[in-house]
Design a binder for this molecule. Structure first.
Ligand code: NAP
Ligand code: MN
Length: 265
């Protein structure tokens, strides 16, 4: 008997949604698991893209397949709707589901006192805490690239390319590609401060190293998916594509580019 865990957002309809899905599991002879134990076969994530971001942060990027059930607008990560849960569960019972791996960004922050590690499905942002410029030295692997001056920088996974990255003028990346995108936020480009003004794309094994260049830039706001934190006494931040991936269920007929067309054009 297949075992399924259900994750919902905090909304008025979350409890009703959960009861509805539990009812469907019973009808299809599957077991509802109240906890995410290692023998769970599938995680249902009921909500929008933001709900999946919460799930991965709260459950520490589980490797069990995740199936998004969309209850909002067209979700990038959700492939099933409340109307076709039955069809999906029939396929799942027959072991006919397809999963797609999704890359995640890993950030390691070395401060004067400790080392902090973060993972993000969409993006990791390093940003000024105030209305003042920050100055960051940006290196790729062992090569120094630039003295960046501006609001901050965003490092996006392919999945995150359609979110904050896109609003900043970054490129849309098909999630089947394994790469990192570094996008500047309001880069200064004058005779005093020269920064790259476009995104750059890096292959999967490359490493981005960011180091504060002045006292003010050692204390920064960092954002990872929908979470945030102020980190002080920063010495360096290292960003890579994690070896870990999450597995998202593919179900509908829409391709990635169909979704782009539906959501943006
Ligand atoms: P939110 O403030 O409630 O909404 C952010 C919006 O982005 C929602 O419409 C969300 O979709 C959508 N979204 C999330 N991930 C996406 C993706 N990979 N591709 C396309 N759209 C996506 O916050 P949230 O729902 O918790 O999402 C957090 C994300 O918001 C962050 O990771 C960041 O990428 C994004 N964000 C964007 C801006 C900006 O564009 N200026 C600023 C801050 C944060 P749903 O409605 O389905 O949840
Ligand atoms: Mn949201």
């Amino acid at each position: 008997m297949k075992k399924v865990f259900i994750f919902t957002g905090i909304t008025d309809h979350a409890e009703n949604d959960r009861e509805f899905v539990i009812g469907k599991l019973k009808e299809h002879n599957m077991e509802y698991s109240r906890k995410l134990t290692s023998d769970v076969d599938l995680i249902f994530c009921v909500g929008g893209d933001g709900t999946l971001l919460k799930l991965v942060q709260q459950l520490d990027f589980p490797t069990i397949p995740i199936c998004g059930i969309n209850t909002g607008h067209l979700g990038f990560f959700q492939e099933v709707s409340m109307d076709n849960v039955d069809v999906f569960l029939d396929r799942f019972n027959n072991n006919e589901i397809i999963v797609q791996p999704y890359n995640i960004v890993k950030a390691t922050i070395n401060t004067k006192y400790e080392t902090l590690t973060f993972h993000a499905l969409n993006e990791f942002v390093v940003r000024s805490r105030t209305n003042n410029l920050i100055h960051l030295s940006v290196s790729i692997n062992n090569s120094f690239i630039e003295d960046y001056s501006g609001d901050g920088v965003l490092v996006s996974s392919p999945a995150g390319s359609t979110a904050y990255n896109y609003s900043l003028g970054g490129s849309i990346v098909d999630p089947r590609l394994n790469l990192l995108q570094l996008t500047p936020m309001a880069p200064m480009n004058t005779k005093t401060y020269r920064s790259l003004t476009s995104s750059i794309l890096l292959p999967e094994d490359d490493k981005i190293i960011i180091e504060p260049e002045d006292e003010r830039s050692k204390s920064l706001l960092i954002l990872f998916d929908s979470e945030d934190k102020v980190v002080t006494d920063i010495k360096s931040i290292i960003l890579t594509l994690s070896k870990r991936k999450i597995q998202l269920v593919r179900f509908g007929d829409l391709t990635f580019w169909d979704k782009i067309k539906d959501k943006y054009l």
